[in-house]
Design a protein around this ligand. Structure first.
Ligand code: ASP
Length: 645
């Protein structure tokens, strides 16, 4: 494992000159902030009992007396040590002469991963012994003194990135896993990006970093919240799913521009790549419209984007919610590749194929298709069978695979009913090539689209596992999705409404009248930011009129407005028009670093089931400690039996 010169790459961004766009009131504070952020390289050795980091030494340091602290990575024939710290690796020469016997004993006996401090001289490696793969590969340290700071016992796994270990083991010994290059890189890149975001928001655009409470009360609508018992009988706090109410109240309070690296909590059970606690870059501002927030976020991402990636190109493209569903079958489309959904209803108006005829005879019936590039080459017969089974099992839909080369329509006698003229029209509409396969389905618009949206992603993954390069791994494809409906039918009871974003989202100005006639049709001023098919942010322009807010909560959403009386009252006391957004920091960093899971960009994440595998949280509490909270656990019957064993 060799550290590239990644650390300097990471910190290079800080040397970018800061543009001053506003005249701050506290000039000197501002100047010192600007100066400190203009530093090119942080001082890694200040205050510490070392002179240098392991990774920073080069030929320019030859002859210098240095003191280094680090972990023993390797030892070779009792002659060399490779010492590691967060910055990199360096070779240390163990002295062999009698007079240094005690130093030799320390360095030869300390187990790998022990922590040592060594002092010595930076020397050139003998000719032919340089290691070009190592940034410090031209030099080595001739040690004079050594001290064992702490010996390491036998480890549960080796601290080498190439050693395979299960995620459960990594999480159980997270403090060891954090020593890996990848985790070091991920967490430092995260810190750098947040630093630049802070700089952009606070120094360039006058935002104020404000902390908001995490002990709060229930907010109606949205995700399930964690409860925290209080000493008052039957009274609980809730951990906020986001600082939504506070950020709006800060606008009422005249703070004008708020931002926070905010911890949020959602008790949503186990879902892949979600965490019960996670971090948002939470933003709110007054006197702004949707395009203002969008430009702010584009600038923020452009400014904080790591220098080793292709620069972010702005403005980001925008699609409406309706277009996104019709074209990609989802409200978070992966726009790194085509395979868009095409409406081919007109091609089949006179078809003899039963299920198409059937669908088209219904009021909202459509025929839709996606084209799998070179599908005839890459997809196997069993793939097509499992695609059809998936469609039948999960969507109760039929899929008709059409091979453009008619002779290859194996296993699909139905496809033979497609007339030559229809085939040609299909080729024209879908712009297909000889080896492509068209997957065709028929039915109600949104159902057909969501099925094809799923198949589009499944097939993209399949093509890639078979060797096709469909998505450029270095590409970051941002997309705004706008014009969401204000309400969606409730999952548990589709006759009732729930907010598509949250109940504080303002309706689209041209749809306000619909709230009183056909609320289901009203669009909202809600916008989502999507990156490579993942929702990485969402926000809205808010309702700042108490009467409208009360109407939406009480009449349309049937919520108990008493819970929100403080907010409704605040809106009545001169609340400015305002809007905001929150970016999911974990997911953003996960995508930027190309990590397989968001757990890889969080220092101490919870497992898939919401457990901390290191400390075993959540843990049981003895009954006497629960007493002050007036809480008694009522054990489910089978777990009681389990505990008795
Ligand atoms: N609070 C919202 C969320 O967490 C974001 C926003 O509307 O600003 O999704």
């Amino acid at each position: 494992m060799y550290f590239p010169s990644w650390l300097s790459q990471l910190y290079k961004g800080l040397s970018r000159p800061i543009r001053r766009t506003t005249q701050p009131i506290w000039g000197s504070l501002y100047r010192s902030l600007v100066q400190s952020s203009q530093r090119t390289n942080p001082e890694f050795n200040s205050f510490a009992v070392r002179t240098n980091t392991c990774g920073e030494l080069r030929s320019s340091h030859l002859g210098q007396e240095v003191t280094l602290c680090g972990w023993i990575q390797y030892r070779r024939q009792n002659t060399f040590l490779v010492l590691r710290d967060f910055h990199g690796l360096v070779q240390v020469v163990i002295p062999q002469d009698e007079s240094a016997a005690s130093v030799k004993k320390i360095l030869c006996e300390a187990p790998v991963e022990s922590v040592v401090r060594v002092s010595g001289t930076v020397t050139s490696r003998p000719a032919g012994q340089e290691n070009p793969k190592m940034p410090t590969g031209k030099i080595e340290i001739k040690v004079k003194t050594a001290e064992l700071l702490n010996a390491c016992k036998k480890l549960p796994f080796e601290i080498k990135d190439f050693m395979k270990k299960t995620e459960a083991l990594r999480l159980q010994y997270r403090y060891l896993d954090l020593r890996s290059f990848q985790m070091q890189y991920n967490l430092r890149l995260r810190s750098q990006m947040v630093m630049k975001m802070r700089e952009y928001l606070c120094n360039l655009h006058g935002f104020v970093d404000i902390e908001t409470p995490t002990l709060f009360k229930r907010t109606p609508g949205g995700a399930k919240e964690f409860l925290v018992p209080s000493r008052e009988p039957g009274k609980f706090y809730s951990l906020p799913q986001s600082p939504q109410q506070f950020k709006q109240l800060l606008m009422v309070g005249g703070l004008d521009r708020y931002f926070q690296v905010a911890r949020c909590y959602r008790d949503e059970g186990s879902r892949p790549d979600r965490q019960p606690e996670f971090t948002q870059i939470d933003i709110e501002m007054s006197f702004v419209d949707q395009t203002g927030i969008q430009s702010l976020i584009e600038g923020l991402l452009q400014y904080s984007w790591p220098n080793d990636k292709d620069p972010v190109v702005v403005p980001f493209p925008t699609v409406t919610f309706t277009e996104a569903l019709a074209t990609y079958g989802t409200d978070k489309p992966d726009t790194r590749f085509g395979m868009k959904i095409i409406d081919i209803s007109d091609v089949f108006r006179n078809t003899e194929i039963g299920f198409l005829q059937d669908a088209l005879s219904k009021p909202h019936g459509t025929v839709k298709a996606i084209c799998i590039p070179e599908g005839a080459k890459y997809l196997k017969r069993k793939d097509i069978e499992s695609i059809r089974k998936f469609a039948a099992d999960h969507f109760n839909q039929e899929i008709l695979p059409v091979f453009l080369n008619a002779n290859r329509n194996w296993n699909s006698p139905v496809a033979n009913f497609i007339m030559e003229s229809q085939r040609l029209e299909l080729i024209r509409l879908m712009d297909t090539q000889e080896e492509d396969v068209v997957l065709l389905t028929a039915g109600e618009h949104s159902k057909a689209c969501s099925l094809l949206g799923k198949l589009r992603l499944e097939c993209a993954d399949l093509l890639e596992t078979r060797g096709m390069v469909l998505r450029d791994p270095t590409l970051f494809s941002f997309l705004w999705v706008v014009d969401f409906p204000l309400f969606l039918p409730k999952e548990e009871n589709p006759r009732e409404l729930e907010s598509a974003h949250h109940p504080f989202t303002a309706p689209h100005p041209s749809d306000i009248h619909l709230l009183y006639t056909e609320p289901k049709k009203a669009r909202s001023q809600h916008y989502d930011l999507v990156l490579n098919g993942n929702e990485i942010g969402g926000g809205s322009i808010r309702i700042h009129n108490a009467e409208l807010q009360r109407y939406i909560l009480a009449t349309l959403l049937k919520e108990d407005v008493k819970i929100l009386s403080h907010l409704l009252q605040a809106l009545d006391y001169g609340a400015p028009p305002h809007g905001g957004i929150a970016l999911g920091l974990d997911r953003l960093i996960c995508l930027v670093t190309g990590s397989p899971s968001i757990r890889d960009v969080i220092a101490f994440p919870k497992s898939f089931r919401g457990h901390d595998l290191m400390s075993n949280a959540p843990d049981s509490i003895p009954p006497e400690e629960l007493k002050p909270y007036h809480i008694r656990v009522s054990w489910p019957t089978d777990s009681k039996a389990e505990r008795a064993h």
